[in-house]
Design a protein around this ligand. Structure first.
Ligand SMILES: [Zn+2]
Ligand SMILES: [Zn+2]
Length: 817
């Protein structure tokens, strides 16, 4: 245990009803035991009532929904309509249930999504005054067929964007443009609805909200709801005797530690939920916990029925099974439940004493959402964050201030990305031709992007504006969940069974010919990857090795958009083109990690135009380091890995959303350069955020490396699970030195540089130096973002996407368990 934080209980603020709330509504709520609004709810409700756009950004269970329901239901009483957007169908269904239970006068609420039947849809369009839907449906259904909704738009008073912290990265950028299209349609029908955004706690919620909607937003961030005290522990699993890649020590998996803790808590009659990051881990943790408890039964230490009081819960279970698990947990029939984040949103499970969180859940918002599950009726609760074997988790369990102080992560998106904006301009023009005076709504790059769309023949320009003249659906151009090209299907050759799909960008490295592919705990060998047919043919097998794709990546700088000095070096943000090609794969023995062979592959290169943040160091700064015998390539590579691992602390991304390239000498900069880029066409805002917070980000990177107790590097600091170079070369001490030079106070630059200048003159050309230090890889050292483009929205999908990341965890677990 590295830290214990006592989060004190909070007294509730005094409740009241704003005087504009109709008495009939007050009575309904009173019947449901609600006697008024807490101050933060009243503040948000009052602002909305006065027509001010608001983002309410407070913790779990702080009653955010009441703060918009009060003005929303007041509006419907008054003849207005409400549009409610949630990231998932499940949450919308949950909200509808709550509305129906409340049963306020004059309310005609309905969901409108993929599950709504044709007949119901007609009814909803004509009669509903409270429509619950999602951004996908708004994009494909409501906006393109706006004319059928004219009555609804005309009276639209308020748009609720619930759980909006999920709208980040490329998905968030799409949602931002969908909301702009919505605003434009409303304006055409003569309404100007007020926007209420509800978000988990985040840094600078107002700025995020403005980016998401394009509107000025008031912030409500002070939580005045009551809360029991929580004891929050940070837990770091120990290093084991096992050795992984490059002989690095391996930590005990977070899932194994969770099972131990879960067994201990259940044996002490503490009702506990253990959050894990994949469906498989949920099963493994439940099974292992039961086995541990069974041992205690045999020893006569606990009652014989105790192992039966532990279960797993995850997406993919039937709804009735899930409901009965929820009931059993509430009633105390179950004492321990290992679950994925499928349980995070919307589902009401109260009456828990403790929560275990195996691995950083990605954002503080999720962390508090999960921790907030513990504490029945305001009683004290326990939460434990158990670190996984990666740099960010390691950093966090050693830097509690990053968790318990002010939030540092900002929800990042980039609506101006031309790859996002273009399709939505087409969709908007298809809805109603775009006129000159409407362009501002879509942001400053609109004119430029429109010109390209006209040039490409997608839109026609006339004196009156821009027209969509194709017969196809413009909305098909925007792939809002970022699934990209059609995914590659993984098919079992002998049976024709479809095992699953791999998104197209990942296919080259995940299911290339000869790859070992793990699916739901079963192992398969890829017999052939047929890119044209979009199929990977596999056969079941049990090879004693794992495979790892190697790729060659080139990055070229298209344009540096911003730059400034950083320490003795320079920091840039700009446009880059990344070309990568999977060229071979390594076979490693499963148990020892020993290298068994290197097989060539013949796959086409892929290119990605995106945004990157990069830093360079001048020759004068690195020559002294090279003279000390430091491996500059390995040092830059190690710094790159760790910095990719830490960026999610500052930008709400996943390390799989970003990639990196490091090189001792880059042809475009002529210097030692480390790039970190967005793994999405056109960029997603993550690299930009890295540029804005570079000093903090790289300082945290250095601390993460320094605080790891391994000697020469391990997965907790500088090794990366997705290194295209097989984690070679890496130099831990060198990375610390490079980062120190980069983070040295700016004032020292002036004194250091002149002294160093003579060196550059008589030093041998750096290229010679370079070949000396890195004789191994002729190419750049790269970390391709096999972006599992995450659909930030739904819990299910995130869970699925994380499955691959967990494989290492599970394999490593066997020897320990
Ligand atoms: Zn380490
Ligand atoms: Zn690497």
């Amino acid at each position: 245990m590295t830290h214990v934080e006592h989060v004190p209980a909070r007294q509730a603020g005094e409740t009241r009803w704003p005087d504009w709330v109709d008495q009939r509504l007050v009575t309904r709520w009173a019947n449901h035991g609600i006697s008024g609004l807490w101050p933060h709810q009243a503040e948000a409700a009052d602002l909305i009532y006065r027509g001010q756009n608001v983002i309410i950004s407070t913790g779990t269970a702080s009653g955010k929904s009441l703060s918009y329901l009060v003005p929303a239901l007041s509006s419907t009483l008054d003849g207005g309509t409400i549009l409610y957007l949630s990231p998932s169908k499940a949450l919308a269904a949950d909200q509808l249930r709550a509305l129906r239970e409340l049963d306020p006068p004059g309310l005609r609420a309905a969901t409108y999504d993929g599950d709504t039947s044709f007949e119901e849809r007609a009814w909803v369009r004509k009669h509903a005054n409270y429509v619950l839907t999602n951004p996908d449906m708004l994009h494909r259904g409501l906006l393109p067929r706006h004319a059928q909704w004219s009555l609804f738009w005309r009276r639209l008073r308020m748009v609720v964007v619930d759980e909006c912290h999920g709208y980040r990265g490329v998905f968030g950028s799409h949602v931002a443009q969908i909301l702009r299209r919505l605003r434009r349609i409303c304006a055409r029908y003569g309404s100007q609805p007020t926007f209420l955004l509800s978000s988990a706690t985040a840094n600078e919620p107002g700025i995020f909200a403005r980016r998401l909607t394009g509107l000025q937003m008031a912030e409500v961030t002070t939580d005045t709801s009551p809360r029991g005290a929580t004891t929050f522990a940070l837990w770091e699993p120990p290093l084991t005797d096992l050795r992984g890649e490059g002989g690095a020590p391996v930590r005990r998996p977070a899932t194994a530690e969770s099972a131990d803790l879960l067994a201990d808590l259940v044996a002490s009659d503490v009702r506990t939920l253990a959050f894990v990051r994949s469906r498989r881990a949920a099963e493994t943790v439940a099974l292992t916990t039961r086995a541990r408890l069974q041992d205690l039964v045999v020893d006569g230490e606990v009652p014989a029925d105790l192992p039966g009081k532990v279960a797993a819960y995850r997406a993919g279970y039937l709804a009735e099974d899930r409901r009965s698990l929820e009931r059993a947990l509430r009633s105390g029939e179950l004492l321990g439940l290992a679950t994925t984040n499928a349980l995070e949103l919307g589902v009401d499970v109260s009456g828990l004493d403790a929560v275990l969180i195996a691995g950083w859940p990605g954002t503080r918002a999720s962390l508090w959402q999960q921790a907030g599950r513990a504490g029945r009726d305001g009683q004290d609760a326990l939460a434990v964050l158990i670190a996984r074997d990666d740099p960010l988790d390691t950093y966090l369990v050693h830097h509690p201030e990053a968790l318990f102080g002010r939030p540092v992560e900002t929800i990042v998106l980039d609506p101006g990305n031309p790859y996002v904006l273009g399709p939505h301009l087409c969709a908007a023009a298809a809805e109603i031709p775009l006129t000159h005076d409407e362009l501002d709504i879509f942001g400053p790059t609109t004119k430029e992007v429109l010109a390209d769309l006209v040039k490409d023949g997608l839109l026609r320009e006339r004196a009156a504006g821009w027209f969509w003249t194709s017969r196809g659906r413009a909305t098909d151009l925007a792939d809002i969940r970022g699934a990209g090209a059609a995914p590659v299907q993984v098919v079992e050759m002998s049976t024709g069974r479809l095992l699953g799909t791999v998104d197209e960008p990942s296919a080259h490295s995940a299911v290339h010919t000869g790859a070992v592919y793990v699916h739901q705990g079963e192992t398969f060998l890829v017999a052939e990857l047929d890119l044209e047919a979009g199929v990977a043919l596999v056969e079941a097998g049990s090879p004693d090795y794992t495979t790892f794709a190697r790729d060659v990546t080139d990055i070229s700088v298209i344009e540096s958009l911003r730059s400034h000095p950083l320490g003795q070096g320079e920091l840039h943000f700009g446009a880059v083109e990344v070309t990568s090609q999977v060229v071979a794969y390594l076979k490693r023995r499963a148990q020892s990690g020993e290298l068994m062979g290197d097989e060539p592959l013949d796959l086409p290169p892929r290119t990605l135009r995106t945004r990157a943040v990069w830093w360079t160091l001048p020759i004068s700064a690195i020559i002294p380091l090279a003279e000390e015998g430091l491996d500059l390539g390995g040092a830059a590579h190690a710094a790159e890995h760790a910095s990719i691992g830490l960026l999610p602390l500052f930008a709400t991304c996943d390390r799989w959303d970003i990639g990196g390239v490091s090189t001792e000498l880059h042809p475009d900069t002529g210097l030692l350069t480390v790039f970190v880029y967005d793994g999405h066409e056109g960029g997603a805002g993550f690299a930009e955020r890295g540029y804005a917070r570079a000093r903090d980000w790289l300082t945290a990177t250095r601390e993460a490396i320094a605080s790891c107790e391994c000697e020469r590097g391990c997965p907790s600091c500088i090794q990366s699970p997705k290194c295209g170079n097989g984690n070679e070369p890496l130099d831990k001490a060198g990375a610390l030195r490079l980062l120190a030079v980069l983070l040295s106070p700016d004032t020292t630059d002036a004194t250091l540089l002149p002294q160093a200048t003579p060196n550059t003159a008589d030093a041998p050309p750096l290229s010679q130096n370079t070949t000396d230090t890195t004789d191994a890889p002729p190419q750049n050292i790269t970390d391709t973002a096999d972006t599992t483009p995450l659909s930030a929205g739904t819990a299910e999908m995130t869970d699925e996407a994380l499955l691959s990341a967990d494989t290492a965890d599970v394999t490593a677990e066997k020897p320990t368990g």
